[in-house]
Ligand binder design. Structure first.
Ligand code: NCD
Length: 325
């Protein structure tokens, strides 16, 4: 029946769940959508009549506004749910709140939560809407890894081939980072060499064991030698119940990424990335992050095309299922 809600939904929870084809196809579609940002009038009718709810239970600057703008450029209606002004503060459970949002017929709910597993949990219980994971605890942040790869595609400008055969060194607070987990899966799908650089307390053995094939370094200089892509991560002090480093000064002394170090050790033409927010002067040198080898602003802009591609992908799937019924 035409009016029946579609039961068969697709979700975007983790890069780990994507096949190589699905991952490559999202990247290629996002690459084709990059030109929308350069248009004078950015509105396209692709998702007219669709409703997207941003259900962010954790702070966000880039991800939330990027999903909102992406939805608006595609002519979907985008609603931002604010937990602090909602019935969550009156003790309503997360699932009841999510079911309430679902009852308003959104096509997609974009979820960010401090606890790992919340988007997958909601995808399991909410049968009438698609879920996109916008970052769950220390688990994954799939659209961040996609936008990181898209900014590399834009930088090297040779399609997917241009970002393969590279060495990426990811430096910083590895254990608390969902960005790193999604990027490990992404770069392994691309066949790139993935190196992780951190003090052993921020890169424990359990973490290493869950990512076979990844190269581990506790010495910054060793890890940077011959790297093409250097991704710096923020020290996530809000997720550290105990002290993982003796002091910020101690950390900076050993793991500070500077232009001088990269010029001496990394491959020529290296690029520097950071998902933001940046602790300038703690994990990375300000002059480096503001230099021509930094992709930081490109990463933010590429987020729009990636989120458009993901929204289109899930809505198109829903329509295909609907048409087949
Ligand atoms: C990251 C996040 O929230 O996981 N930021 C982002 O989405 N761009 C990284 C961080 O918080 O350090």
């Amino acid at each position: 029946m035409k009016t029946e809600r579609i039961k068969n939904k697709r979700h975007l929870i983790a890069i780990e769940n994507l096949t190589k084809n699905e991952f490559f196809s999202l990247l290629n579609n996002a690459f084709n959508l990059l030109e929308i940002s350069a248009r004078d009038i950015k509105k396209t009718p692709a998702l007219r009549g669709k409703t997207i709810i941003n259900f962010f239970c954790e702070s966000s600057t880039r991800t939330r506004s990027s999903f909102e703008i992406a939805a608006k450029w595609l002519s979907a209606d985008a609603i931002n749910f604010s937990p602090s002004a909602s019935s969550l503060t009156k003790g309503e459970s997360l699932l009841d709140t999510a079911k309430t949002l679902q009852a308003m017929c959104p096509d997609i709910i974009v979820v960010r939560h401090k606890d790992a597993g919340v988007p997958a949990f909601l995808a399991n219980y909410l049968k009438d809407t698609s879920i996109i994971n916008a970052g769950d605890g220390m688990h994954e942040h799939p659209t961040q890894a996609l936008l990181d790869c898209l900014s590399l595609m834009q930088h090297y400008n040779q399609g997917l081939e241009g970002i393969q055969g590279k060495t990426i060194a990811i430096v910083g607070d590895i254990v608390h980072s969902r960005v790193v987990r999604s990027n490990i899966f992404a770069h392994q799908l691309l066949g790139n060499e993935v190196r992780l650089i951190a003090p052993p307390t921020l890169l424990p053995r359990e973490f290493r064991d869950s990512f076979p094939g990844v190269k581990i370094f506790s010495d910054l200089e060793q890890g940077l030698k011959g790297a093409d892509i250097i991704m710096c991560l923020r020290l996530q002090l809000e997720r550290q119940q105990e002290h993982f480093i003796p002091s910020l000064e101690e950390y900076t002394n050993q793991y500070f990424v500077s232009r001088k170090k990269l010029d001496a050790l990394a491959n020529s033409g290296y690029v520097v990335m950071h998902p933001g927010p940046i602790n300038r002067g703690v994990e990375v040198e300000t002059a480096l992050i503001d230099s021509e080898c930094s992709l930081v602003e490109k990463q933010v802009s590429c987020g729009l095309a990636v989120r458009m591609a993901c929204l289109i992908d899930l809505c198109t799937y829903q329509e295909e299922v609907h048409a087949a019924n």
